[in-house]
Design a binder for this molecule. Structure first.
Ligand code: TRP
Length: 330
């Protein structure tokens, strides 16, 4: 008999439609990990509130969009538990109980805390929720007794905090929680159309749900070798955004294209055409799945309801053990 798969947990804030950078930097990893782990993936709406609490109106629309993006990308709602954080109140209860045992300095020294306050200067982040959100993340993870957490590098301090909190709980009461391991996402670097990091705040993204027309516009905007004026001029693929995309989306012929570019045998227009074909071939199955889900809103509702139910069952079990360990049972 094969041993049961280890529990894995991760989450994403519902901040709007995902772009190709999100897909290749995180979501793709999740899709792959479904084969090896018992996966819990959460749309963490309470986390979104920690920074957009003044303007929560968009969160619920973004939740649906995110679930649609996830399933279109290949997350399988039958195998993995896809759910919305706020539908599983156990996260909040565990967060509260863990707040009894975490020293405040552990939260204050999380590097993202001061960084974010600096970066989001226009917002008042001197709130209790913002200080505590890494602990909420710990609760997200521990409530499923997850052993593995796929994240980007920026999240490593939060994982370290989670391990420390788990250790402290286990030491003070009973050993309930495994210490979860971070699993660094394999990132395939994709720049934005202007060559900077692909990011919503730079307006240089290609959305996962972009139509062929939008993709065409984006590819046309892509920055190529500025030193190249005529098609016969030798090109420098290392400074070209189209080349970086071909390295990801056209692995088979990118070497040939690179040689042709350096030798002045292929022009930027032809190169962009080639990329456009490849990108559309990559996005077509994703688009098809999105169209299917958009056409049947009930499907998405069903996925979200079913995910919440499955998540709750596991989380409720953990909370029974937590309450018992903390002598909270009458
Ligand atoms: N804090 C994470 C981020 O901002 C999102 C997140 C919330 C998360 N809960 C989680 C990630 C649990 C992994 C596991 O990206």
């Amino acid at each position: 008999m094969t041993p049961p798969m280890k529990p894995l947990m991760s989450g994403m804030r519902p901040t709007g439609r995902l772009h190709l950078g999100n897909l290749l930097g995180a979501l793709d990893n999740w899709v792959r990990l479904q084969d090896a782990y018992n996966c819990f993936f959460s749309v963490v709406d309470w986390h979104a509130l920690t920074t957009v609490y003044e303007d929560p109106g968009e969160i619920s629309a973004n939740i649906r969009e995110m679930v649609i993006d996830w399933v279109s990308a290949g997350l399988d709602p039958e195998r993995s538990v896809l759910f919305v954080q706020s539908h599983v109140k156990e996260h909040a209860e565990l967060h509260l109980l863990l707040s009894m045992i975490i020293p405040i300095p552990w939260l204050e020294r999380v590097p993202t805390y001061k960084d974010q306050i600096q970066q989001l200067k226009g917002k008042d982040l001197s709130t209790y929720g913002f200080l505590g959100y890494p602990l909420l993340q710990s609760a997200d993870i521990l409530v499923y007794q997850a052993e593995v957490v796929p994240v980007g590098e920026d999240q490593l301090p939060h994982l370290e905090l989670t391990r420390e909190v788990a250790r402290r709980f286990n030491y003070l009461y009973e050993p309930v929680f495994p210490e979860p391991q971070a699993l660094l996402n394999r990132v395939r670097l994709l720049p934005g159309t202007d060559g900077r990091k692909m990011s919503k705040s730079y307006d240089n993204c290609i959305s996962m749900s972009a139509s062929p027309e939008e993709v065409k516009q984006k590819v046309q905007q892509m920055v190529t070798d500025p030193a190249r004026i005529h098609k016969t001029d030798p090109g420098h693929p290392e400074v070209c955004v189209v080349h970086k995309f071909l390295q990801v989306f056209d692995t088979e012929t990118v070497g040939e294209t690179e040689d042709d570019c350096r030798a002045g045998r292929i022009g930027c227009v032809a190169c962009k055409k080639r990329l456009l074909t490849r990108l559309n071939a990559f996005l077509d199955p994703i688009r098809e799945r999105r169209a299917l889900l958009e056409g049947q809103p009930g499907l998405v509702d069903g996925i979200i309801a079913d995910g919440a139910e499955r998540a709750r069952r596991i989380a409720a079990d953990t909370m029974e053990r937590v309450r018992a360990a903390m002598k909270l049972r009458v």
